[in-house]
Design a protein around this ligand. Structure first.
Ligand SMILES: [Zn+2]
Length: 68
């Protein structure tokens, strides 16, 4: 392998790593901070990409509700 080829290979690996990182951020769940409608506690709920309404149980009182 020539120096030129090694340099191209290294650049390719960096590009691939960056592409994977970008994709993983896009595919990651969205963290929603929502206030419990019953006791007012702040709950952190994770939502799938594109999902706007997430059903969850309040961590403080266990009240079942939907976050938006
Ligand atoms: Zn609650």
């Amino acid at each position: 392998m020539s120096k030129q080829e090694m340099r191209e290979e290294a650049e390719r690996l960096i590009r691939e790593a960056m592409a994977k990182k970008t994709v993983s951020i896009k595919q990651g769940d969205t963290r929603i901070e929502t206030k419990c409608g019953k006791c007012g506690a702040i709950n952190k709920v994770s939502a799938a990409p594109g999902q706007t309404r997430v059903e969850y149980h309040c961590k403080e009182c266990g009240h079942k509700q939907k976050a938006m």
